[in-house]
Write a protein that binds this ligand. Structure first.
Ligand code: FMN
Length: 196
């Protein structure tokens, strides 16, 4: 594939109706689009996955894994808005990454789908720290998979006040920062000439 427009896959790490992170991922996607990216925003509830264990894989890879692997292969990077559960990323986010990392339908490396791609991460929580600790863990996990995670990140606290709706962040300074995360991802991909 060759394209000069960076293509980013975006998702929120929550299945919850009214999820603050689903509201926030729209803001991050907007920032990346404003900076020139094409963003594919998916809902993980459309890709229902069991908790990973090898017997399920041995019995036949779930179709949702194949779909997510195809999507990852077609994009140059990831945008994720994650909740924080007990100081870490939710099982949903880790489970999704773990499934994608399994061998592809063509027998290629699933981990290879992430290699040298670029990620931007944000978090939201009703609490004062905004899920900051989940970002540290997620950053580490993404780096382990071979993604370059841009240093800019934003944790939006008091999310019930600040994120009243999808794509609405009622704190102008933080909105600029979240847009800045998306722009940084685009900048890295454009500089590196790394688009698919
Ligand atoms: C099991 C569990 C653990 C949680 N742990 C934390 C936590 O460590 N820090 C935090 O800020 N919020 C924590 N929360 C609250 C979440 O931030 C809150 O449920 C948030 O709305 C989840 O994100 P969402 O709105 O995108 O679904 C926890 C919630 C659950 C269910």
């Amino acid at each position: 594939m060759s394209a000069s427009v960076p293509r980013l896959l975006a998702f929120a790490g929550s299945l919850r109706q009214g999820s603050f992170n689903r509201r926030l991922i729209h803001v991050l996607a907007e920032g990346a689009r404003n900076a020139g990216a094409e963003v594919t925003l998916v809902e993980l509830r459309d890709y229902p996955l069991p908790v990973y264990y090898g017997d399920i894989e041995a019995a036949g890879m779930p179709e949702a894994v194949r779909q997510l692997q195809r999507l990852m292969g077609e994009h140059d990077g990831l945008l994720i808005s994650t909740p924080e559960y007990n100081g870490s990323m939710p099982a949903l986010v880790k489970n999704t990454l773990d499934w994608i990392s399994r061998p592809t339908a063509e027998g290629g490396s699933g981990v290879g789908l992430f290699q040298d791609k670029v990620a931007g991460i944000v978090s939201a929580s009703p609490g004062p720290l905004g899920g900051l600790r989940s970002l540290l863990v997620l950053r580490d996990a993404l780096a382990k998979l071979g993604l370059l995670v841009v240093p800019q990140q934003v944790a939006v606290g008091q999310a019930s006040d600040k994120l009243p709706d999808y794509g609405v962040l009622a704190d102008d300074r933080q909105k600029t920062q979240v847009h800045g995360v998306g722009a940084a991802v685009v900048r890295h991909l454009t500089r590196a000439g790394a688009t698919t």
